[in-house]
Each structure stands twice: as structure tokens, then as C-alpha cells.
Design a protein around this ligand. Structure first.
Ligand code: GLY
Length: 373
């Protein structure tokens, strides 16, 4: 069964998110974009290309002038300006003009990089997203954030550039490692926690089916996560306000990710980060201890980490100061007022963050030093 959501900006329909159990409808969905005279360049990494490139290419050929491919080596370390430069070169060699289109086929790295290429090549050309990881299906392919890492700084260079279509074939979940799937679940659980407590409880009730990757249940889950993200980005596409709610768990999570030198998957870091943020929320009296315990149990059901080792609280707190989520010197921290209801708080102190971290960093970490020590 096809599910469809439309993303609007300023009340105008901008693009559809289509969920399917195959690539069968891809031809028809792309044709609707008026692609007959266009050249389409599929951007994929060396892991995804052998899996899905041929089928996607075959589906696109009947509805466009020409299909080209740009394959780059898989890995977050390729998400940089050098790879974008290679993409520009390939597009120039093939004489791509403003009417042509890019197709991001893959996970978050591919979507972000291809989207950035599309945002900047000839001052902007169209692109579509075909996300193949859970993380990209529920998060990075929606909302038009594109970009690359710069030196040690993640997503430091980028642009907002909306896709023309997001087409998810839920069955691509079959080729994900357990680790990649769990990482995507970090963002899924986050959606429930920040916006919809009944969805959060639905996730808990369906944990077994989800972890078995039951396609029907996973499609329902991705649809609901897409709806939550869609509603947030429609109201605040360029993160002037409430889009920051999507950063729940990311302030401490990103800092941990960086200190772990990106060896811990993004969604795992977010999960540990939102557990610490929930602890702060509980200490402020917004969540009960039972709710916190239920969250831990839910995280265990989704095989998410609830602790991290080898990272010191002081280093996390130092890294937080350099985070992009700093705004005029204050940290835009996301807390829960209650389950399913997040808000931006600019008053979270270093001590509160240390208390949150104490729950997720394991014992071998040094005690937290006081500021100025
Ligand atoms: N991943 C957070 C956002 O799209 O705003």
C-alpha cells in the first residue's frame, strides 16, 4: 500500500513523501515532476550502488532523457567538499544545466552531500531523495537540510534546499546492519518523545515487530515519524524557532559523538543524549521516575545503549560550548515538559548537564570538575 504526505511551505505544496514496499511506483512518481527532457544523475555510495542502483536506473530511464551515475566511496569521511568537487566535475563533464536533476540514492551522507551539490551547482538545481537507511527515511531526507563536514566540524557547510520528492522503499531496511537499524530507531523514539506520547507508546507496544523489521509496521512507523517531522519543518523550515525541538538529545549526543571520533553511530549518541536530557527534565519535576524507567526499558527493547564508556563528563561539557546549537552564547537545550511535549530551554546549567551525564557515562569516568578548576 502506498502512503503519501505532502510537505507545504507558506501553505504551498512543495514536495511529496511517498512510502512504498518496492520501487514499483518510482517511475510514475518521478514522471509527475515533468522529467521527460531532463538528464538525471543518480548519486550513490559504493555500498548502496551494488544493491539498488541498477533497479533505480531502470525505473528512471523511461521518464527522462538520460540517466548518469556518480558513485563515491562509502563513509562519513567522504562527506566533504572534495567529494562535492568531484560531483561538480562529473556534472560539468556531462554538461548538466539548470533543468537537470540529481537523485540521492542512499543514507544520510549521500542525501546531505547530493542535496548540497544540488543546492549549489549552477546556483541550485532540483533533486530527489531515495533514502535507503532508517535514519535517512525518518530524519535526514525530510526538511531540506543539506551539507557536508568541514575539517573536524560536522555539517559545518550547508544550505537549506528542498527536494522535489522523497521516495522511500521500506524494503530497503532489509539490507541494513542491526547497528544501522538501531541508530535510526534513536531518531524514531525521539519523535515520539518530543511530539506525540501515544506514538511513543505505540512504538513500545510494537517493539518486537519493529525489531523484526515487519514491513507493514515499519511503514506505519516511518509514516508517523515523517508526519511529526513534516509538521515541525513546515512551521519553521529554517530553524528560527521550534525546528530546534528535533535536536532533542543532540546537544550532549553530538558532543559524545565527537569525543568518540564518530565511531559510535549517530542515533546511538542521540539516544544516550536524550536519556541524559530526560534525567534533567525529571530533576526539574517534569517527568516522573517511573517515566524515566519506562524510557530505559523502551531503549533496551530497541537495543539502544543507555550508557557510554571512555568519555569524560568535563570533555563533553567543553565540547558542548563549541556546538552549532549555541545561540548568542547560550545553549538551546531541549527538555521535555512531559512525555510527547518538548520545549527549548536556555537556562540549563553546567551542573544540570553534569547530572544528566552522570546517568549515562559509566563509572570509569573522572568526577566532574567545577567550573574554573
Ligand atoms: N535533523 C534535524 C533537522 O532536520 O532539523
Amino acid at each position: 500500500m502506498t502512503d503519501r504526505l505532502c510537505v507545504h511551505l507558506d501553505e504551498k505544496p512543495i514536495y511529496d513523501i511517498v512510502l512504498e514496499q518496492s520501487f514499483d511506483r518510482l517511475t510514475e512518481e518521478v514522471q509527475k515532476l515533468g522529467t521527460e527532457k531532463k538528464k538525471l544523475c543518480i548519486v550513490a555510495d559504493s555500498n548502496v550502488a551494488p544493491l539498488y542502483l541498477e533497479e533505480v536506473k531502470e525505473r528512471l530511464l523511461p521518464v527522462c532523457r538520460q540517466v548518469d551515475t556518480f558513485i563515491f566511496p562509502a563513509g562519513e569521511e567522504q562527506k566533504n567538499l572534495n567529494t562535492v568537487r568531484d560531483l561538480y566535475e562529473a556534472l560539468i563533464r556531462k554538461a548538466y544545466d539548470r533543468n537537470d536533476m540529481l537523485v540521492a540514492l542512499g543514507g544520510g551522507v549521500t542525501g546531505d552531500l547530493c542535496g548540497f551539490g544540488a543546492a549549489t551547482y549552477l546556483r541550485g538545481i532540483s533533486f530527489i531523495q531515495i533514502p535507503t537507511t532508517l535514519l535517512s527515511q525518518v530524519d535526514s531526507s525530510i526538511g531540506g537540510k543539506t551539507g557536508v563536514d568541514f575539517d573536524a566540524y560536522k555539517n559545518m557547510v550547508g544550505a537549506f534546499h528542498m527536494p522535489k520528492l522523497v521516495y522511500t522503499n521500506v524494503r530497503t531496511l532489509a539490507t541494513l546492519s542491526e547497528e544501522q537499524f538501531i541508530s535510526g530507531m534513536g531518531e524514531v523514539v525521539k519523535h515520539g518523545l518530543i511530539k506525540n506520547a501515544s506514538y511513543y507508546h505505540w512504538l513500545i507496544d510494537h517493539a518486537e515487530a519493529i525489531m523484526k523489521r515487519d514491513y507493514q509496521i515499519c511503514q506505519q512507523m516511518i509514516l508517523e515519524s515523517n508526519r511529526i517531522k513534516r509538521d515541525v519543518v513546515e512551521l519553521d523550515p529554517t530553524e528560527k524557532g521550534d525546528r530546534a525541538l528535533l535536536n532533542f538529545g543532540h546537544t550532549l549526543g553530538h558532543a559524545i559523538e565527537k569525543l568518540k571520533e564518530f565511531t559510535m553511530p549517530h542515533g546511538h549518541c542521540v539516544a544516550v543524549g536524550f536519556l541524559a536530557a530526560s534525567e534533567i527534565s525529571a530533576r526539574r519535576g517534569y517527568l516522573t521516575r517511573e517515566e524515566l524507567n519506562q524510557l530505559r526499558a523502551a531503549m533496551a527493547a530497541f537495543h539502544m545503549p543507555v550508557t557510554v564508556d571512555g568519555v569524560e563528563a568535563d570533555d563533553v561539557l567543553e565540547a558542548v560550548k563549541h556546538d552549532k546549537k549555541m545561540d548568542a552564547g547560550t545553549i538551546k537545550f531541549i527538555l521535555l515538559k512531559q512525555m510527547g511535549d518538548a520545549y527549548v530551554d536556555r537556562t540549563v546549567s553546567r551542573e544540570e548537564m553534569a547530572q544528566g551525564l552522570a546517568c549515562v557515562l559509566t563509572d570509569e569516568n573522572a568526577p566532574v570538575r567545577q567550573q574554573g578548576e
